[in-house]
Ligand binder design. Structure first.
Ligand SMILES: [Zn+2]
Length: 195
């Protein structure tokens, strides 16, 4: 099903490293190594500040790119976020953040960066992979991760939720509302989510 786009639905664009004149440090965070294309690192010139690439997954990145960069890979998401937090706590002014991943991954990174004072205009988010969504149950405030269909059963309160187009950036999740609130037991057909 195509979920109707309303203003709160985020729009994502491919990551493009900013010009040297506008940023001194660049941190690229990638959920899966194969989602980073070599040419995405290319516009960086020698005059630019340092470029760091953090990858989830135990892979060494060998990109044929002219850009010089420092790459680190992480076996698990906890150690990735811990290192990102350490990086951000010492970051200089003029840091740009670039994140490539699934929607929950993007907004986790965004939430961490926001805690360290970064603004949305210094971040770029690129959606990759399956169109899964985090869903926030408005009835019991539980967040269900990586939902792939328009209907989902909340494991906390047991209600069947319809995934709405309304997206909360603060929660990094779409809002889920009881699907059969009007007529108990009457549910729309289950469909795969699409972009
Ligand atoms: Zn619930």
């Amino acid at each position: 099903m195509q979920i109707e786009a309303i203003p709160s639905t985020p729009v994502y664009y491919p990551v493009q490293i900013a010009a040297a004149a506008t940023a001194r440090q660049h941190l690229v965070i990638v959920e899966r190594a194969e989602w980073l294309k070599p040419e995405q690192l290319n516009p960086l010139s020698d005059a630019a500040g340092s470029l760091f690439v953090y990858l989830l997954g135990n892979k060494i990145l060998r990109l044929s790119t002219r850009a010089r960069y420092e790459c680190r890979s992480f076996n698990d998401v906890q150690s990735l976020w811990a290192t990102v937090e350490a990086f951000l706590s010492q970051a200089r002014m003029g840091l740009r953040l670039y994140v490539i991943g699934s929607e929950p991954f993007l907004w986790q990174a965004s939430a961490i960066a926001t805690r360290y004072g970064m603004t949305t205009d210094s971040m770029q988010l690129e959606l990759a992979g399956k169109p899964s969504r985090n869903v926030y149950c408005i009835h019991c405030r539980h967040t269900i991760r990586d939902t792939e269909t328009n209907l989902v059963t909340c494991p906390s309160c047991g209600k069947t939720l319809a995934v709405r187009a309304h997206f909360s950036r603060r929660l990094g999740a779409y809002i889920g509302v009881q699907a059969d609130a009007e007529e108990p037991g009457v549910l729309p057909p289950v469909e795969e989510l699409r972009r």
